[in-house]
Design a protein around this ligand. Structure first.
Ligand SMILES: Cc1ncc(COP(=O)(O)O)c(C=O)c1O
Length: 373
Protein backbone atom coordinates (compact mmCIF):
# COMPACT_ATOMS: atom_id res chain seq x y z
CA UNK A 1 0.00 0.00 0.00
CA UNK A 2 1.48 3.35 -0.98
CA UNK A 3 1.53 6.43 1.21
CA UNK A 4 -0.93 7.96 -1.23
CA UNK A 5 -3.45 5.10 -1.41
CA UNK A 6 -7.04 6.28 -1.11
CA UNK A 7 -8.54 5.92 2.33
CA UNK A 8 -11.93 4.37 2.91
CA UNK A 9 -14.20 7.29 2.19
CA UNK A 10 -16.61 8.47 -0.44
CA UNK A 11 -14.98 11.54 -2.00
CA UNK A 12 -16.88 14.48 -3.43
CA UNK A 13 -15.18 14.30 -6.80
CA UNK A 14 -12.03 12.30 -7.44
CA UNK A 15 -10.23 11.51 -10.71
CA UNK A 16 -11.31 8.42 -12.63
CA UNK A 17 -8.12 7.01 -14.14
CA UNK A 18 -7.33 3.75 -15.93
CA UNK A 19 -4.30 1.85 -17.19
CA UNK A 20 -4.50 3.91 -20.38
CA UNK A 21 -3.62 7.11 -18.50
CA UNK A 22 -0.73 5.34 -16.71
CA UNK A 23 0.58 4.10 -20.03
CA UNK A 24 0.30 7.51 -21.66
CA UNK A 25 2.26 9.16 -18.84
CA UNK A 26 4.91 6.40 -19.00
CA UNK A 27 5.19 6.88 -22.77
CA UNK A 28 5.63 10.63 -22.36
CA UNK A 29 8.37 10.18 -19.79
CA UNK A 30 10.09 7.66 -22.07
CA UNK A 31 9.88 10.15 -24.96
CA UNK A 32 11.98 12.69 -23.09
CA UNK A 33 9.44 15.47 -23.72
CA UNK A 34 8.35 17.24 -20.56
CA UNK A 35 8.10 20.96 -21.28
CA UNK A 36 5.38 23.16 -22.74
CA UNK A 37 7.10 22.80 -26.15
CA UNK A 38 6.21 19.09 -26.33
CA UNK A 39 4.18 17.86 -29.32
CA UNK A 40 1.61 16.31 -26.95
CA UNK A 41 0.58 19.82 -25.90
CA UNK A 42 -0.26 20.83 -29.48
CA UNK A 43 -1.97 17.47 -29.99
CA UNK A 44 -4.14 17.93 -26.90
CA UNK A 45 -5.18 21.45 -27.98
CA UNK A 46 -6.01 20.21 -31.47
CA UNK A 47 -7.91 17.14 -30.27
CA UNK A 48 -9.93 19.23 -27.80
CA UNK A 49 -10.86 21.71 -30.55
CA UNK A 50 -11.91 18.92 -32.91
CA UNK A 51 -13.84 16.90 -30.35
CA UNK A 52 -15.98 19.81 -29.13
CA UNK A 53 -16.01 21.93 -32.29
CA UNK A 54 -14.17 24.98 -30.92
CA UNK A 55 -12.54 27.13 -33.63
CA UNK A 56 -9.31 27.76 -31.67
CA UNK A 57 -7.77 26.55 -28.42
CA UNK A 58 -4.76 27.21 -26.20
CA UNK A 59 -3.99 25.08 -23.17
CA UNK A 60 -2.95 26.54 -19.82
CA UNK A 61 -1.52 25.09 -16.62
CA UNK A 62 -4.86 25.64 -14.86
CA UNK A 63 -8.31 27.06 -15.49
CA UNK A 64 -7.51 30.18 -13.49
CA UNK A 65 -4.70 30.96 -15.95
CA UNK A 66 -7.11 30.49 -18.88
CA UNK A 67 -9.37 33.19 -17.42
CA UNK A 68 -6.38 35.41 -16.70
CA UNK A 69 -5.12 35.11 -20.28
CA UNK A 70 -8.63 35.91 -21.58
CA UNK A 71 -8.63 39.15 -19.59
CA UNK A 72 -5.10 40.04 -20.72
CA UNK A 73 -6.02 39.38 -24.35
CA UNK A 74 -9.16 41.50 -23.96
CA UNK A 75 -7.02 44.43 -22.83
CA UNK A 76 -8.73 44.66 -19.42
CA UNK A 77 -6.71 46.87 -17.09
CA UNK A 78 -6.77 49.09 -14.01
CA UNK A 79 -9.77 51.48 -13.99
CA UNK A 80 -11.91 48.94 -15.89
CA UNK A 81 -14.85 47.15 -14.28
CA UNK A 82 -15.72 43.52 -14.92
CA UNK A 83 -19.13 42.16 -13.93
CA UNK A 84 -18.86 38.78 -12.21
CA UNK A 85 -21.29 36.44 -10.44
CA UNK A 86 -21.73 36.74 -6.68
CA UNK A 87 -21.98 32.94 -6.60
CA UNK A 88 -19.04 31.10 -8.13
CA UNK A 89 -15.69 29.60 -7.22
CA UNK A 90 -13.22 32.31 -6.25
CA UNK A 91 -11.06 31.57 -9.33
CA UNK A 92 -13.68 33.27 -11.52
CA UNK A 93 -12.90 36.61 -9.93
CA UNK A 94 -9.25 36.50 -8.82
CA UNK A 95 -7.92 37.03 -12.37
CA UNK A 96 -9.86 40.31 -12.56
CA UNK A 97 -7.69 41.48 -9.66
CA UNK A 98 -4.53 40.08 -11.28
CA UNK A 99 -4.98 42.57 -14.15
CA UNK A 100 -5.77 45.39 -11.71
CA UNK A 101 -9.42 45.81 -12.71
CA UNK A 102 -12.40 46.02 -10.34
CA UNK A 103 -14.81 43.09 -9.98
CA UNK A 104 -18.45 44.18 -9.74
CA UNK A 105 -20.62 41.45 -8.26
CA UNK A 106 -24.05 40.70 -9.71
CA UNK A 107 -26.63 38.44 -8.10
CA UNK A 108 -27.53 35.19 -9.83
CA UNK A 109 -30.69 33.50 -11.04
CA UNK A 110 -32.29 30.89 -8.77
CA UNK A 111 -33.00 28.42 -11.59
CA UNK A 112 -29.62 28.47 -13.37
CA UNK A 113 -27.29 29.40 -10.47
CA UNK A 114 -25.72 31.91 -12.89
CA UNK A 115 -25.82 35.50 -14.13
CA UNK A 116 -28.77 36.72 -16.17
CA UNK A 117 -29.32 39.90 -18.20
CA UNK A 118 -31.71 41.10 -15.47
CA UNK A 119 -29.03 40.93 -12.76
CA UNK A 120 -26.20 42.29 -14.95
CA UNK A 121 -27.71 45.19 -16.92
CA UNK A 122 -28.33 47.54 -13.96
CA UNK A 123 -24.63 47.30 -13.04
CA UNK A 124 -23.24 48.38 -16.42
CA UNK A 125 -21.42 51.73 -16.26
CA UNK A 126 -19.12 53.55 -18.69
CA UNK A 127 -16.22 51.73 -16.95
CA UNK A 128 -17.63 48.25 -17.59
CA UNK A 129 -15.48 46.39 -20.12
CA UNK A 130 -16.38 42.73 -19.69
CA UNK A 131 -18.73 40.17 -18.16
CA UNK A 132 -17.52 36.82 -16.83
CA UNK A 133 -20.41 34.35 -16.67
CA UNK A 134 -19.98 31.03 -14.85
CA UNK A 135 -21.86 27.84 -15.71
CA UNK A 136 -21.93 26.60 -12.11
CA UNK A 137 -21.82 22.86 -11.34
CA UNK A 138 -22.48 22.15 -15.03
CA UNK A 139 -25.78 24.12 -15.20
CA UNK A 140 -25.82 26.47 -18.18
CA UNK A 141 -26.61 30.11 -17.31
CA UNK A 142 -28.62 32.31 -19.70
CA UNK A 143 -25.61 32.77 -21.93
CA UNK A 144 -27.68 33.56 -25.02
CA UNK A 145 -29.33 36.49 -23.21
CA UNK A 146 -25.95 37.62 -21.86
CA UNK A 147 -24.43 37.45 -25.35
CA UNK A 148 -27.13 39.81 -26.64
CA UNK A 149 -26.61 42.15 -23.68
CA UNK A 150 -22.81 42.16 -24.14
CA UNK A 151 -23.24 42.94 -27.85
CA UNK A 152 -25.68 45.77 -27.14
CA UNK A 153 -23.16 47.43 -24.77
CA UNK A 154 -20.00 46.44 -26.72
CA UNK A 155 -18.65 44.37 -23.83
CA UNK A 156 -16.40 41.34 -23.93
CA UNK A 157 -18.18 38.18 -22.77
CA UNK A 158 -15.98 35.53 -21.14
CA UNK A 159 -17.56 32.20 -20.22
CA UNK A 160 -16.19 30.50 -17.16
CA UNK A 161 -16.99 26.96 -18.27
CA UNK A 162 -14.47 25.44 -15.83
CA UNK A 163 -17.24 23.24 -14.38
CA UNK A 164 -19.20 22.75 -17.56
CA UNK A 165 -17.30 20.62 -20.05
CA UNK A 166 -20.03 18.65 -21.80
CA UNK A 167 -22.88 21.08 -21.04
CA UNK A 168 -24.93 21.77 -24.16
CA UNK A 169 -26.93 24.99 -24.59
CA UNK A 170 -29.09 25.58 -27.64
CA UNK A 171 -27.35 22.61 -29.25
CA UNK A 172 -23.85 24.08 -28.75
CA UNK A 173 -21.17 23.45 -26.12
CA UNK A 174 -20.90 25.79 -23.17
CA UNK A 175 -17.79 27.87 -23.79
CA UNK A 176 -18.69 28.66 -27.40
CA UNK A 177 -20.94 31.70 -26.81
CA UNK A 178 -18.44 34.28 -25.52
CA UNK A 179 -15.38 35.78 -27.20
CA UNK A 180 -13.59 33.36 -24.87
CA UNK A 181 -14.46 30.25 -22.90
CA UNK A 182 -12.30 28.83 -20.10
CA UNK A 183 -12.19 25.21 -18.91
CA UNK A 184 -10.49 23.56 -15.93
CA UNK A 185 -8.96 20.09 -15.79
CA UNK A 186 -8.27 20.22 -12.06
CA UNK A 187 -8.11 16.87 -10.26
CA UNK A 188 -11.76 17.18 -9.23
CA UNK A 189 -13.15 17.88 -12.71
CA UNK A 190 -14.96 15.45 -15.03
CA UNK A 191 -11.96 15.48 -17.40
CA UNK A 192 -8.73 15.90 -15.48
CA UNK A 193 -5.04 16.40 -16.16
CA UNK A 194 -4.25 16.87 -12.45
CA UNK A 195 -4.03 20.59 -12.99
CA UNK A 196 -4.73 22.15 -16.35
CA UNK A 197 -7.01 24.36 -18.37
CA UNK A 198 -8.04 25.34 -21.86
CA UNK A 199 -8.92 28.72 -23.31
CA UNK A 200 -11.13 28.52 -26.36
CA UNK A 201 -11.97 31.36 -28.69
CA UNK A 202 -13.65 32.31 -31.90
CA UNK A 203 -10.67 34.07 -33.48
CA UNK A 204 -7.70 31.87 -34.46
CA UNK A 205 -5.28 34.80 -34.83
CA UNK A 206 -6.12 36.02 -31.33
CA UNK A 207 -5.68 32.55 -29.85
CA UNK A 208 -2.37 32.14 -31.72
CA UNK A 209 -1.15 35.40 -30.15
CA UNK A 210 -2.26 34.23 -26.68
CA UNK A 211 -0.41 30.95 -27.27
CA UNK A 212 2.80 32.91 -27.81
CA UNK A 213 2.05 35.10 -24.76
CA UNK A 214 1.71 31.96 -22.59
CA UNK A 215 5.30 30.99 -23.45
CA UNK A 216 7.06 34.24 -22.53
CA UNK A 217 6.13 35.96 -25.82
CA UNK A 218 9.17 34.36 -27.43
CA UNK A 219 10.16 35.15 -31.00
CA UNK A 220 13.40 34.71 -32.88
CA UNK A 221 14.76 37.72 -34.73
CA UNK A 222 17.94 37.32 -36.79
CA UNK A 223 18.67 34.06 -34.99
CA UNK A 224 18.39 35.69 -31.55
CA UNK A 225 15.79 35.00 -28.88
CA UNK A 226 13.54 38.03 -28.50
CA UNK A 227 10.19 38.79 -26.79
CA UNK A 228 7.43 40.76 -28.51
CA UNK A 229 5.72 41.67 -25.19
CA UNK A 230 5.86 41.09 -21.44
CA UNK A 231 4.81 37.45 -21.58
CA UNK A 232 3.69 34.76 -19.16
CA UNK A 233 4.58 31.15 -18.41
CA UNK A 234 1.10 29.70 -18.29
CA UNK A 235 0.96 26.98 -20.95
CA UNK A 236 0.24 23.33 -20.14
CA UNK A 237 3.19 20.92 -20.13
CA UNK A 238 3.69 17.46 -21.59
CA UNK A 239 2.66 15.03 -18.83
CA UNK A 240 -0.72 16.63 -18.12
CA UNK A 241 -1.30 17.01 -21.87
CA UNK A 242 -0.73 13.29 -22.41
CA UNK A 243 -3.14 12.52 -19.56
CA UNK A 244 -5.64 14.86 -21.19
CA UNK A 245 -5.40 13.10 -24.54
CA UNK A 246 -6.53 9.84 -22.94
CA UNK A 247 -9.23 11.51 -20.84
CA UNK A 248 -10.56 13.15 -24.02
CA UNK A 249 -11.01 9.76 -25.66
CA UNK A 250 -12.79 8.55 -22.54
CA UNK A 251 -14.85 11.73 -22.18
CA UNK A 252 -18.17 10.29 -23.42
CA UNK A 253 -17.98 7.70 -20.61
CA UNK A 254 -16.76 10.19 -18.02
CA UNK A 255 -19.70 12.47 -18.82
CA UNK A 256 -22.32 9.74 -18.99
CA UNK A 257 -21.28 8.50 -15.57
CA UNK A 258 -21.84 11.97 -14.00
CA UNK A 259 -25.23 12.18 -15.69
CA UNK A 260 -26.21 8.68 -14.51
CA UNK A 261 -25.22 9.61 -10.94
CA UNK A 262 -27.37 12.75 -11.16
CA UNK A 263 -30.31 10.74 -12.53
CA UNK A 264 -30.16 8.31 -9.61
CA UNK A 265 -30.08 11.17 -7.08
CA UNK A 266 -32.96 12.86 -8.91
CA UNK A 267 -35.02 9.70 -8.59
CA UNK A 268 -34.12 9.22 -4.91
CA UNK A 269 -34.67 12.83 -3.80
CA UNK A 270 -37.62 13.63 -6.01
CA UNK A 271 -38.23 17.40 -6.32
CA UNK A 272 -35.36 18.32 -3.98
CA UNK A 273 -32.65 17.39 -6.49
CA UNK A 274 -31.58 20.26 -8.75
CA UNK A 275 -32.05 18.89 -12.24
CA UNK A 276 -32.11 20.61 -15.62
CA UNK A 277 -33.09 24.30 -15.28
CA UNK A 278 -36.22 25.34 -17.19
CA UNK A 279 -35.64 26.91 -20.64
CA UNK A 280 -34.37 30.49 -20.51
CA UNK A 281 -36.35 32.51 -23.10
CA UNK A 282 -37.14 29.26 -24.88
CA UNK A 283 -33.46 28.14 -24.94
CA UNK A 284 -33.03 24.59 -23.68
CA UNK A 285 -29.93 22.95 -22.25
CA UNK A 286 -28.43 19.63 -21.23
CA UNK A 287 -26.41 20.10 -18.02
CA UNK A 288 -23.28 18.03 -17.51
CA UNK A 289 -23.77 17.63 -13.72
CA UNK A 290 -20.16 18.08 -12.68
CA UNK A 291 -21.36 18.11 -9.07
CA UNK A 292 -24.81 16.85 -8.16
CA UNK A 293 -26.66 19.50 -6.15
CA UNK A 294 -29.40 18.97 -3.60
CA UNK A 295 -31.82 21.47 -2.10
CA UNK A 296 -32.49 20.81 1.56
CA UNK A 297 -36.01 20.71 3.01
CA UNK A 298 -34.54 21.81 6.36
CA UNK A 299 -31.76 24.26 5.50
CA UNK A 300 -31.20 25.07 9.18
CA UNK A 301 -29.83 21.53 9.57
CA UNK A 302 -27.36 21.95 6.69
CA UNK A 303 -24.13 22.07 8.70
CA UNK A 304 -25.27 19.33 11.10
CA UNK A 305 -26.16 17.13 8.12
CA UNK A 306 -22.73 17.69 6.54
CA UNK A 307 -21.04 16.82 9.85
CA UNK A 308 -23.07 13.61 10.14
CA UNK A 309 -22.20 12.63 6.57
CA UNK A 310 -18.56 13.40 7.32
CA UNK A 311 -18.61 10.99 10.26
CA UNK A 312 -19.73 8.28 7.84
CA UNK A 313 -16.84 9.07 5.50
CA UNK A 314 -19.14 10.77 3.00
CA UNK A 315 -17.63 13.94 1.59
CA UNK A 316 -20.49 16.31 0.78
CA UNK A 317 -20.04 20.06 1.03
CA UNK A 318 -21.95 23.33 1.15
CA UNK A 319 -22.18 25.05 -2.20
CA UNK A 320 -19.78 27.97 -2.66
CA UNK A 321 -20.10 30.80 -0.19
CA UNK A 322 -21.15 33.91 -2.18
CA UNK A 323 -17.89 35.67 -2.98
CA UNK A 324 -18.89 39.07 -1.57
CA UNK A 325 -19.21 37.31 1.82
CA UNK A 326 -15.65 35.96 1.75
CA UNK A 327 -12.80 37.53 3.69
CA UNK A 328 -11.01 38.22 0.40
CA UNK A 329 -13.80 40.20 -1.26
CA UNK A 330 -16.01 41.50 1.55
CA UNK A 331 -13.82 44.60 2.12
CA UNK A 332 -14.23 45.58 -1.58
CA UNK A 333 -18.01 45.26 -1.62
CA UNK A 334 -20.07 48.17 -0.35
CA UNK A 335 -23.32 46.33 0.26
CA UNK A 336 -24.10 42.70 0.91
CA UNK A 337 -27.42 42.42 -0.86
CA UNK A 338 -27.25 39.27 -2.98
CA UNK A 339 -30.47 37.57 -1.88
CA UNK A 340 -30.55 34.82 -4.51
CA UNK A 341 -26.90 33.83 -4.14
CA UNK A 342 -27.37 33.82 -0.37
CA UNK A 343 -30.52 31.70 -0.55
CA UNK A 344 -28.88 29.18 -2.87
CA UNK A 345 -25.89 28.95 -0.54
CA UNK A 346 -28.00 28.48 2.58
CA UNK A 347 -30.26 25.85 1.06
CA UNK A 348 -28.02 23.62 -1.09
CA UNK A 349 -25.24 21.08 -0.78
CA UNK A 350 -23.15 19.14 -3.30
CA UNK A 351 -23.23 15.35 -3.14
CA UNK A 352 -20.49 12.86 -4.04
CA UNK A 353 -20.32 12.79 -7.83
CA UNK A 354 -17.08 11.03 -8.82
CA UNK A 355 -17.07 8.81 -11.89
CA UNK A 356 -15.67 6.13 -9.59
CA UNK A 357 -18.72 6.20 -7.29
CA UNK A 358 -20.08 2.65 -7.06
CA UNK A 359 -23.78 1.88 -6.94
CA UNK A 360 -23.41 0.65 -3.35
CA UNK A 361 -21.63 3.87 -2.36
CA UNK A 362 -24.33 5.99 -3.96
CA UNK A 363 -27.05 4.06 -2.12
CA UNK A 364 -25.12 4.64 1.12
CA UNK A 365 -25.08 8.39 0.42
CA UNK A 366 -28.81 8.44 -0.34
CA UNK A 367 -29.68 6.48 2.77
CA UNK A 368 -27.52 8.67 5.01
CA UNK A 369 -28.90 11.93 3.61
CA UNK A 370 -32.47 10.71 4.04
CA UNK A 371 -31.74 9.66 7.61
CA UNK A 372 -30.35 13.03 8.68
CA UNK A 373 -31.92 15.71 6.48
C1 LIG B 1 -16.01 28.08 -11.61
C2 LIG B 1 -14.53 27.85 -11.65
N1 LIG B 1 -13.75 28.77 -12.24
C3 LIG B 1 -12.43 28.61 -12.35
C4 LIG B 1 -11.80 27.50 -11.84
C5 LIG B 1 -10.32 27.46 -11.88
O1 LIG B 1 -9.79 26.31 -12.39
P1 LIG B 1 -8.38 25.75 -11.86
O2 LIG B 1 -8.63 25.16 -10.50
O3 LIG B 1 -8.05 24.72 -12.89
O4 LIG B 1 -7.43 26.87 -11.84
C6 LIG B 1 -12.57 26.50 -11.22
C7 LIG B 1 -11.99 25.25 -10.72
O5 LIG B 1 -11.33 25.00 -9.86
C8 LIG B 1 -13.96 26.68 -11.10
O6 LIG B 1 -14.72 25.79 -10.48
Amino acid sequence: MSLYSPIDRIPLSEPWLTDAEQQAVANTIASGWLSTAAPMVDDFEQAFATQFGFPATVSTHCGTAALWMALVASGIQASDEVIVPALSFVATVNPVCYVGATPVFADVDFETFGLSPATVEPLITPKTKAIIATHLYGFGCDIVGLRALADAYHLTLIEDAAEALGTIIEGKPAGSFGQFGAFSFNGNKTLTTGSGGMLVGQNSDEIARIKRLTTQAKIFTHGELDHFAVGYNTRLSAIPASLGLVQLQRFPDLLQRRIAIANRYAQAFDGWFRGCPPPQNGITQEPSYWLSTLRLPNPEKRLALLAQLGELGIEARPIFKPLPFTQAYQPMVGQLHFPVAEKLWQEHINLPSSGTLSQAQQEKVIEAVKRYW
